[in-house]
Design a protein around this ligand. Structure first.
Ligand SMILES: *Cc1c(COP(=O)(O)O)cnc(C)c1O
Length: 459
């Protein structure tokens, strides 16, 4: 059959759209129409390019269209079952919010609110007011505000304080986070010159002292959140830097990265600094993320001395990086949980996950194994190691239990692929050719779903 004849035989768009199986799909007509046109156009191109010499039969074309239309109609941002054991998995959305915070989001989203309205005065209020009091109470800071994320916080701080001058930072702290956030590049964006001091492994107070000149606007300390320099190394403490800042009349800024309001040492996580310690040490401005160890929504929290926070609130960029009402509602609710540490631990999933003891995790893994066995899935419980994630506590290896799936039918790679493409998707990890479901980050309510999905995948 010649190409022209093949092209003539391609079904017409309208005929396909009228086909019963296609017409009865519960999917918006414009999505279906786009999929049908795309498929038929592909077919046309394949004929013209000589890639096919024969048309697929109509049933096959219809099957292909049905499956593509279903895929196209799915939301892009979807729930994922996180079986990686990485509590703050940046690619999977970092912190899961407390039920209270989720309810607060719904309330703020579906109603008018006091977002910028002061009820007592009956006039315009401040959007910062909803979290400022809580942040000050929890950390001992004089003033506080919150912006879109910690990257925005650093951008705002350096723009407001450093523009047109120099900011001094140690060479050991020129952090890059997630590829696109690099301290030197952020500085450039903010119109300030980076004054690097010291060496990668050692920076002394005298290095900072020597760098200070009439152009210096601030001293910056950056928490090396996603790496550690170990061995022959030395850095200047925040206390020493604050004393130097006072002598030189310069503000000291600290980017804490994760920043936690909870004593994580209680559950064996030792190398993350507590916000309260930096406040006590006398930093002028501290910033950290809302959705890392705090366990709240994506936000950048800025706090400490009122003089500087007031300046940040008035800066033109503050408007561009301000928080929306839903995030503010979730942040206020999350911070409220911290007023009582025990409540924070009960209510905030991030803390609950990190606080799970090896015994609890082993029991949890046994329950998951039982649910899987019930579906005929062969598996065993093994000891494993989890990471915190989100550029927090990179050296920390926290002991956990995982369920290793045993299958004679398919490889670990193939199982990984099938589970990732299932609905809902399950994302686990492969260690030494074994597919593992790490239980720390799983919700028990998902066990039945997981068992069903895995049993279907290994058939
Ligand atoms: C994570 C991190 C940031 C960026 O914070 P986001 O909330 O992700 O924008 C900035 N600085 C440090 C040191 C970090 O660890």
């Amino acid at each position: 059959m010649g190409n022209n004849e093949l092209l003539r035989r391609i079904p017409k768009v309208d005929n396909i759209l009228r086909h019963e199986a296609v017409a009865s799909l519960p999917i918006p007509a414009r999505i279906i129409a786009d999929v049908v046109r795309g498929k038929l156009e592909n077919l046309r191109q394949s004929i013209i390019n000589g890639q096919i010499a024969e048309l697929p039969d109509e049933d096959e074309i219809i099957r292909d269209i049905l499956s593509s239309a279903k895929k196209a109609a799915k939301a892009s941002l979807r729930r994922v079952i996180n079986a990686t054991g990485v509590t703050l998995h940046t690619n999977l959305g970092r912190a899961c919010l407390s039920e209270k915070a989720i309810a607060a989001i719904a309330e703020a989203a579906g109603n008018y609110s006091t977002l910028e309205y002061n009820l007592e005065a009956g006039e315009r209020g401040s959007r910062h007011a909803h979290v400022e009091g809580l942040l000050c109470r929890l950390t001992g800071a004089e003033a506080a505000m919150a912006v879109n994320n910690n990257a925005a916080a650093v951008l705002l701080i350096l723009s407001a304080l450093g523009q047109g001058g120099e900011v001094v930072v140690s060479r050991g702290e020129l952090v890059e986070i997630g590829g696109s956030f690099r301290i030197p590049e952020i500085m450039e964006q903010c119109g300030c010159r980076l004054r690097e001091v010291g060496a990668t492994n050692k920076t002394h107070l005298r290095d900072y002292e020597r760098a200070i000149n009439s152009e210096t606007r601030a001293l910056l300390k950056v928490h090396t959140s996603n790496f550690r320099i170990i061995g022959f190394s030395e850095s200047v403490s925040l206390e020493e830097l604050v004393a130097l800042g006072e002598r030189a009349g310069l503000p000291v800024i600290e980017d804490l990265g994760s920043g936690c309001l909870f004593d994580l040492e209680l559950f064996g996580i030792y190398d993350e600094p507590a916000v309260i310690d930096s406040v006590k040490a006398g930093a002028d401005i501290i910033s950290f993320s809302g959705d890392k160890l705090l366990g709240g929504p994506q936000a950048g929290i800025i706090l400490c001395k009122k003089k500087w926070i007031d300046r940040l609130k008035r800066h033109p960029l503050a408007r561009a990086v301000r928080l929306d009402k839903m995030t503010l509602a979730a942040l206020e609710s999350t911070l409220d949980s911290y007023l009582d540490p025990q409540r924070a631990l009960n209510e905030i999933p991030t803390l609950r996950m990190l606080a799970s003891s090896p015994d609890e995790l082993r029991e949890k893994a046994r329950r998951l194994k039982a649910a899987l066995n019930e579906r005929g899935v062969d598996c065993r419980v093994i000891d494993e190691i989890d990471q915190v994630g989100g550029g927090s506590a990179p050296m920390q290896q926290i002991p956990t239990s995982a369920v290793a799936i045993v299958s004679k039918n398919i490889s670990a790679d193939e199982l990984e692929r099938r589970l990732r493409l299932s609905d809902p998707p399950v994302v686990g990890r492969i260690v030494k050719d074994q597919y593992l479901l790490s239980v720390r980050t799983l919700f028990e309510k998902d066990f039945a779903d997981i068992a069903q999905i895995v049993s279907e995948a290994i058939i």
